[in-house]
Design a protein around this ligand. Structure first.
Ligand code: ADP
Length: 490
């Protein structure tokens, strides 16, 4: 069976539009697959920001889709920095507006999200049947997260179809809508069933992917196991367990062309594993940027991420009074829940010499934190893969992480045995409690005070290779499996 044409369906892709890790993956996995000599094309909504960042675009076709009055255009361009073809789904009433891809500037979900991602899915469906005037037919359609969950469901409506793969980047975001909303979408009524996309009285986009895709994966092997348990399954654990023969985990890679301290244009001083002493200048630069005292010996802890319960920022806030009795500085970059933002701002006012935060989204500052901090903290309650700990390894900014999801697959604890065997790359702790977090940071601080050991662990960390090449090969194998399972069931 031919495996040449792959349609990669995503609701965000760096550098066109980004809210989190999915954008990083969508911006780097397709080029890695293309370099394995496949014709992979990216499709995403033509948000205003995506159009602005895409460079030259050309309208390739325009057509109507089932259930909607307006026509949809396909704008073709290239993913910046690569040869990968990008198709933007141009439906101005749905996507041409200010704000984010899923929510307005105040963080409120767009009220028409169900319609927006149904138009998107209907467009993908048309391309999958080669009925969109593009003269191209995918062998595999690779969907990601709830925004494209409808696609595998729609594609099973016909017999001769491409294979489908569904990747779960975060199971907690499910795309749930009411029965009344479902009625406005003009979808097959059979989808409203507990065996299809109905979920406790609501319409669940993510179930479309989980129930109907030929193969399902998550972004780390550990998270693939975790989501079949009640603690991580968000109510979908039994369904996922019932499909466990189709469920795997493939660790995300890092795009080392973007995240490499030896060539990072955002850093004051570039460095590598053999010139780690140059990191000190980045630290001074970061301390100055955040108006913290420029103290070279004081350990500096960085955090970056969406300010949501998942990421465990509240655990950090809980330990701050005790933590700051130690000689330590903390810098935080993030945005999200207003209450967490307020509590962080309050902490910076209470401890201006030790805590600083930038509330907002800032790509350049994210790089400067990776380059300048000594340690990087990720006390996540759950973490499907996590990228910042992978970047931190490469930047010699030792990660302190909870043993969950992809964090457990990527960071090796600096216990005595692992230090001796040169495998230790960070600090790993188990419980999502303030005390466990404080103990972990204390272990990191103790290690920091032993420069010889500290440097040894940094060296191991910087040698780790989580590049996309390996993961891209695993995705090709997953596509092949998806093709073979539909053949068996056809
Ligand atoms: P998630 O997908 O749950 O948000 P990941 O760790 O997988 O978490 O990916 C987050 C990505 O978004 C990383 O590249 C991280 O650097 C980036 N990021 C998150 N918040 C910010 C921010 N406020 N400013 C800059 N980059 C951010």
């Amino acid at each position: 069976m031919s495996l040449r044409n792959i349609l990669y369906v995503t609701s965000e892709a760096h550098p066109l539009v980004k809210t989190g890790g999915l954008a990083d993956v969508a911006g780097s996995l397709p080029p890695a697959i293309r370099s394995l000599r496949r014709d992979i094309r990216l499709i995403l909504p033509a948000y205003r920001s995506a159009i602005a960042n895409a460079g030259r675009l050309q309208e390739k076709s325009r057509f109507s889709v089932h259930g909607f009055d307006t026509t949809v255009g396909i704008l073709e361009g290239r993913l910046p920095g690569s040869r990968v073809v990008v198709w933007l789904v141009d439906s101005p009433p749905h996507f041409d507006r200010p704000g984010g891809p899923y929510a307005d500037e105040q963080g409120r979900d767009w009220p028409d999200n169900a319609q927006r991602f149904t138009v998107f899915a209907r467009t993908v469906e048309k391309i999958a049947w080669d009925e969109a005037g593009l003269d191209w037919r995918p062998d595999v359609v690779h969907c990601n997260d709830w925004q494209s969950g409808l696609v595998p469901a729609l594609l099973t409506q016909r017999r001769q179809r491409p294979a489908t793969v569904f990747t779960i980047h975060n199971l907690a975001y499910q795309g749930l809508f009411s029965w009344e909303t479902f009625q406005t979408l003009h979808l097959p009524q059979t989808l409203w069933s507990m065996h299809a996309m109905e979920f406790y009285g609501q319409f669940s986009f993510i179930k479309g992917g989980i129930v109907f895709a030929d193969m399902i994966n998550t972004v780390s092997p550990n998270y693939a196991r975790e989501i079949t348990t009640p603690a991580f399954g968000c109510g979908l654990e039994e369904l996922l367990k019932s499909r466990s023969d189709r469920l795997t985990g493939i660790l995300n890679g890092a795009d080392y062309s973007q995240w490499n301290p030896a060539r990072d244009p955002y850093l004051k001083k570039t460095y590598n594993a053999y010139s780690i002493e140059r990191k000190a200048e980045n630290k001074a630069d970061l301390q100055a940027r955040f108006r913290l005292p420029c103290e070279p010996q004081t350990p500096l802890i960085g955090l970056i991420g969406r300010l949501v319960e998942q990421k465990g920022f509240d655990l950090l806030l809980a330990i701050l009074p005790q933590l700051l009795q130690r000689d330590v500085q903390v810098v935080i970059l993030g945005s999200g829940d207003k209450s967490l933002e307020d509590r962080l701002k309050h902490a910076t006012l209470t401890y201006p010499r030790q805590v600083a935060a930038h509330i907002g989204y800032d790509e350049a500052l994210a790089h400067r934190i990776e380059g300048g901090a000594d340690m990087f903290l990720m006390p996540s309650r759950y973490e499907p893969c996590g990228l910042n700990q992978i970047y931190s390894l490469r930047y010699g900014t030792l990660p302190i992480v909870r043993r969950t999801g992809g964090l457990a697959n990527t960071v090796i604890d600096a216990n005595e045995k692992n230090i001796a065997s040169r495998t230790a790359t960070g600090i790993v702790f188990d419980d999502a409690t303030p005390q466990a977090l404080l103990d972990a940071v204390d272990r990191a601080l103790a290690l920091y005070r032993q420069p010889r050991l500290w440097k040894k662990v940094i060296f191991n960390a910087m040698q780790q290779d989580f590049s996309w090449r390996r993961s891209a090969r695993q995705y090709l194998a997953l596509y092949q499996r998806a093709q073979s399972v539909i053949k068996e069931t056809a």
